[in-house]
Design a binder for this molecule. Sequence first.
Ligand SMILES: *[C@@H]1O[C@H](CO)[C@@H](O)[C@H](O)[C@H]1NC(C)=O
Ligand SMILES: *[C@@H]1O[C@H](CO)[C@@H](O)[C@H](O)[C@H]1NC(C)=O
Ligand SMILES: *[C@@H]1O[C@H](CO)[C@@H](O)[C@H](O)[C@H]1NC(C)=O
Ligand SMILES: *[C@@H]1O[C@H](CO)[C@@H](O)[C@H](O)[C@H]1NC(C)=O
Length: 399
Amino acid sequence: MGNCRIISFIVFLFTILQFSYLIDVQGGGLDTEPVVFCYYGSWATYRPGIAQFDVEHINASLCTHIIYTFMGLKDGVIVSLDEYNDYEENWGKGSLRRFANFAKTNGLRAILAIGGWNEGSVKYSEMAESEVGRSTFADSVVTFVKKYNFDGLDLDWEYPTQRGGTHEDKENFSLLLEVLSDKLHAEGLLLTVAVCADPDIAKEGYDFQKVGQYADYISLMSFDYHTATSDNVTALNSALHKLPGETGDDATLNVEYSVNQWLNGGIPAKKLLVGIPLYGRTYILADGQNHGLGASIIANGTAGPYTREPGFLSYYEICMVKEWNVVTDGAQGYLYAYYDDNWVSYDDVNTVTAKAQFIRDKGLAGIMAWALESEDFCNNCGEGANPLLTAANKVLGRL
Ligand SMILES: *[C@@H]1O[C@H](CO)[C@@H](O)[C@H](O)[C@H]1NC(C)=O
Ligand SMILES: *[C@@H]1O[C@H](CO)[C@@H](O)[C@H](O)[C@H]1NC(C)=O
Ligand SMILES: *[C@@H]1O[C@H](CO)[C@@H](O)[C@H](O)[C@H]1NC(C)=O
Ligand SMILES: *[C@@H]1O[C@H](CO)[C@@H](O)[C@H](O)[C@H]1NC(C)=O
């Protein structure tokens, strides 16, 4: 715990020193060892107190790849969305360079992610609709990734055919992956892609076989299956299996279903990474006495003191609150918790362990975790630092 807090001070010193390592260990190729993709939300550098998370807070032994989020798309090319944090040139925080250096120093791969929810879909749809648009974008990516000494790109278009996208996005997305694959692989760089886990959206948006052909890894965003935006009753954020009573669409909104959908679609199992949320989805109950699954809700849960987003709590914001009544069902691999009119669905050490066992037993590539800054990285809850990532890595035989 002491180590963790002192990192903020060390980061400060490093920022002043503007230290630069110039070691180059790039190259493509598919690992056969289990893979752990750790996503990093770079905006966590601005969080207050114990929540502040900088590049140097990453525990390198818990990840094989670290993914820096997010770059954006402007005028058809990749750009920084936060130049002060990403760049340096003597005035910024130099986070991109520090991230790449951290990866090189620790033998990890650094991947640069573009997109995310806030970027929307329309710009991506427009960029992908012509050959010259796709090719210009891919050239800008290669230049950017090499300039900052990263090992590859993670494409996080949320989502082809959705949110203002067009029906043609499905085909154009594959063509975009093809040119990105050509240009990145020619430079020994990786191409990875984060995909929507909702089975209807997945069917509409992706040509599974092509995604499996061009991407080195596919990160299944197997969470947010249920939120206070999509549902008006309590339900699980990221259930491993379908629940006994579930039928119809409800029976498809779980990790197992999504994994089988992609495998049946013809992608190589050794390219599939299963998303594990290091956070919970929260609700306000209509009636605090009615707190089971399927209970009526009236709003998103209250924003957390550090993450400040209604409907969302980081794992440490959940585990630091001792009032929660936790309801577990080990066999189904889920849990939820409530107190007063607050309700949350999240993952703990047991559900993460169950998911990692599932991933291992299915012979999949490994896990992707969203996201490092939501873990209990400072051991605020007494389970040790990074308890969820530690549990997952143990099951995968990495610790
Ligand atoms: C890509 O999408 C556009 C419409 O969005 C379409 O006109 C075009 O034919 C698609 N396919 C190719 C190969 O560009
Ligand atoms: C909300 O609940 C009503 C019934 O109480 C139902 O008809 C409606 O479909 C629900 N909406 C969603 C988004 O689940
Ligand atoms: C939760 O927040 C989202 C995003 O702000 C909003 O669209 C949604 O309607 C909210 N849900 C409820 C039940 O208030
Ligand atoms: C990284 O995590 C592992 C597993 O939890 C732990 O044993 C190790 O001490 C951590 N390393 C640092 C530098 O905190």
